[in-house]
Ligand binder design. Structure first.
Ligand code: CP
Length: 316
């Protein structure tokens, strides 16, 4: 495909292709000389309409390590603030002929819409409550490295599932790879209709965590609760925060994950987050660069092939 808009468009083989290539970039990133020229002569533009620490910086590093020219658009100081629409902004950037656009937006579906208007490859870096595909891919790579496989595992996704694009992308990916997925959330933070994804639904942490191989925690996404019920943080931690007592219900060798940013003492106890025997949160960040290198590399190859065909046909 030209774009990466969501895990929903990927086959299990596509997912494994990304993970296998990312493994090569993990090795490369650990060397002193980290650069390749896979994207030499190409330009990537980061357009983040929502805040980001991990995703934006890792896409920037990934592009630079692949030899691309990378530009970070500062959306806070762009003409969006003067009323320019998402589509007009994208068309303006498209006229400068980038090869890759990496886009994060607060509205579900905004990145798909934008992809229909531009000629380059578009990567969804998170759209509203919809999808965050590279997060699910980096989570899958972390799980595979820790557990030796990304199949037939019991994965508990816990917390604010209702507002989480990370939960949605992970649910789809883990389902496609034949894992058993359990969603654990208070009734107010569990979206309706999730069981159609073939997952199990729990409202009690201890029941849901029982014998899990992987425990994936989510942040309370208050910015998306627009006027709805917001639980008290103390009460929430008591019932749904991951601490040693609740984690003891999972398998003895269960790993603890969190996409970040995390709120210590709300959805996760700080000592669990820092426990190097259980927590793989820093490894997730490391895998983020490798997975984004793999995604950019694969899309660039597709783009070059597409342009090659168009040149032969005289349409490029
Ligand atoms: N996990 C994640 O998307 O983090 P950022 O919001 O910091 O990019």
């Amino acid at each position: 495909p030209r774009h990466l808009l969501g895990i929903e468009h990927l086959s299990p083989e596509d997912i494994l292709t990304v993970l296998d290539l990312a493994e090569k970039y993990v090795d490369l990133n650990r060397r002193t000389v980290k650069k390749t020229d896979a994207l030499a002569g190409m330009t990537a533009i980061n357009m983040f309409f929502e805040n980001s620490t991990r995703t934006q910086s890792s896409f920037e590093l990934a592009g630079k390590r692949l030899g691309a020219d990378v530009m970070n658009m500062s959306m806070q100081t762009s003409s969006v603030k003067k009323g320019e629409t998402l589509i007009d902004t994208a068309l303006t950037l498209n006229a400068m002929h980038p090869d890759l656009l990496v886009v994060r937006h607060g509205s579900s579906g905004a990145v798909d819409l934008l992809a229909q208007k531009v000629e380059c490859a578009v990567i969804n870096a998170g759209d509203g409550k919809h999808e965050h595909p590279t997060q699910a891919l980096l989570d899958a790579l972390t799980i595979r490295r820790e557990k030796g496989r990304i199949k037939r595992l019991t994965v508990a996704i816990c917390g604010d599932v209702a507002h989480s694009r990370v939960a949605r992308s992970n649910l789809i990916l883990l389902g496609k790879m034949e894992n058993r997925v359990r969603l654990i959330a208070p009734p107010t933070l569990m979206p309706s209709g999730v069981s159609e994804f073939g997952c199990e639904v729990y409202h009690d942490m201890r029941e849901g965590l029982r014998d899990a191989d992987v425990v994936m925690m989510l942040r309370l996404q208050k910015e998306r609760m627009d006027g709805g019920f917001i639980p008290s943080e103390r009460e929430y931690f008591h019932r749904y925060g991951l601490d040693a007592e609740k984690l003891a219900f999972a398998k003895e060798d269960a790993i603890v994950m969190h996409p970040g940013p995390m709120n210590r003492g709300v959805e996760i106890d700080g000592t669990i987050a820092d426990d190097i025997n259980r927590s793989v949160i820093q490894e997730q960040v490391e895998m983020g660069v490798a997975v984004r290198m793999a995604v950019m590399d694969l899309l660039a190859r597709n783009l070059r092939a597409e342009r090659g065909r168009a040149l032969t046909e005289g349409t490029y």
